[in-house]
Design a protein around this ligand. Structure first.
Ligand SMILES: [Zn+2]
Length: 360
């Protein structure tokens, strides 16, 4: 049975990397994260290109059919996936996808040492994409200079972030603020160490004070991977103060949902079913322990070649929570799709699918 009448995955990566790991004995594994960031589509690859990106929408569409997912929000993410490929996927599948804009080319040029990073160039690139059909938000996370190699001062970083909020305000779209942490083979990523906003979700409150009209979506709602809950607590703290701060709860295990759901100051309308479809973090399973499952990269298992099944796992956790509490179906429908439809102005077959009341 389909868990809700209209399901929207708000955090989806429809592109994937292919690396020459099995072909090259001397493949430098330590540089993989960096190489993923500058990866290019096959057409642009040259002889020493070690990592390429490709359109993975065929697998995505099959999973959408398998799990009855109606729509997805496509994110470029921080690993070099392009806005252009996302645009093609949107155009090839009318009514199925929308996307987030991200300054992919500005970041790649900086990373490759071709052009110095400027926030002006990043904002200009996002501005162009947000003017196109289907691009409805900024993210994931706030763009940053990929060449920064030491911790940035918050005052300096905040000035950059203000510029990104200006772009969001101009286009009347939400901003995605990345939260959570990965261990395992992704831990070499310097962005978690160097950018205050990637470390501390509570800083979002300061931007909300300056930009009350710009909604913020916390990518992963503080739980991207591992079992540590402090980022979830921080996200809930901000969401409890601001009605238009949203939490993606797709990677929460059933019990973790209690944190936002039991907080009388966080509305059900602030929760989104955002997972991380297309990412490569397997489920860690520890029956009888708390939590019984979570997501993380596990070094000794190697890199997953298979397509990790986020949705099967997430829907089971959500169903477990809903069954234990007899959650009303209209409420579940909001979490699974209705809130995303409202926030991203998605076209749906029927505007009366989701809970709404007329004042009398
Ligand atoms: Zn992501």
């Amino acid at each position: 049975m389909k868990l809700g009448r209209f399901i929207v995955e708000t955090h989806c990566h429809a592109q994937r990397h292919a690396a020459k790991i099995q072909q090259e004995d001397d493949f430098d594994y330590g540089d993989l994260a960096q190489k993923m960031m500058t990866a290019v589509p096959p057409k642009e690859a040259v002889d020493d290109t070690d990592v390429i990106i490709y359109d993975n929408s065929e697998r995505l569409l099959r999973d959408m059919e398998t799990y009855d997912v109606d729509m997805c929000v496509l994110l470029p993410g921080v690993f070099g996936f392009t806005n252009k490929i996302n645009q093609q996927i949107i155009e090839e599948n009318p009514g199925t996808f929308v996307a987030a804009a991200w300054p992919v080319q500005t970041m790649k040029a900086a990373q490759r040492g071709q052009e110095e990073w400027t926030i002006d160039a990043a904002c200009e690139e996002m501005d162009e994409w947000l003017a196109k059909d289907g691009f409805r938000m900024i993210g994931e996370g706030i763009p940053y200079d990929p060449t920064v190699d030491e911790p940035m001062k918050w005052s300096e970083r905040k000035d950059e972030i203000r510029r990104v909020f200006d772009v969001a305000a101009d286009h009347d779209v939400p901003i995605r603020w990345h939260t959570g942490y990965v261990s395992g083979y992704g831990s070499g990523l310097n962005l978690f160490q160097n950018f205050p906003d990637w470390q501390d979700p509570t800083l979002a409150s300061q931007l909300k004070a300056e930009y009350p009209e710009v909604p913020i979506i916390f990518d992963h709602g503080g739980m991207q991977a591992t079992w540590r809950e402090h980022h979830v607590d921080q996200c809930c703290q901000v969401a409890a103060t601001h009605d238009d701060v949203y939490l993606e709860i797709g990677l929460y295990w059933a019990d973790l949902l209690k944190k936002p759901m039991n907080d009388p100051n966080i509305k059900l309308e602030q929760l989104l079913w955002g997972n991380d479809w297309g990412a490569s973090m397997p489920q860690v399973h520890q029956p009888g322990e708390h939590p019984p499952m979570y997501w993380d990269q596990v070094i000794h298992e190697g890199l997953p070649a298979h397509q990790i099944d986020y949705w099967g796992a997430s829907l089971r956790q959500l169903q477990k929570y809903a069954l234990e509490r007899d959650l009303p179906q209209d409420d579940l429908n909001l979490i699974l799709g209705g809130n995303a439809v409202r926030l991203f102005d998605l076209d749906v077959p029927d505007r009366r699918m989701f809970k709404q009341y007329i004042d009398v």
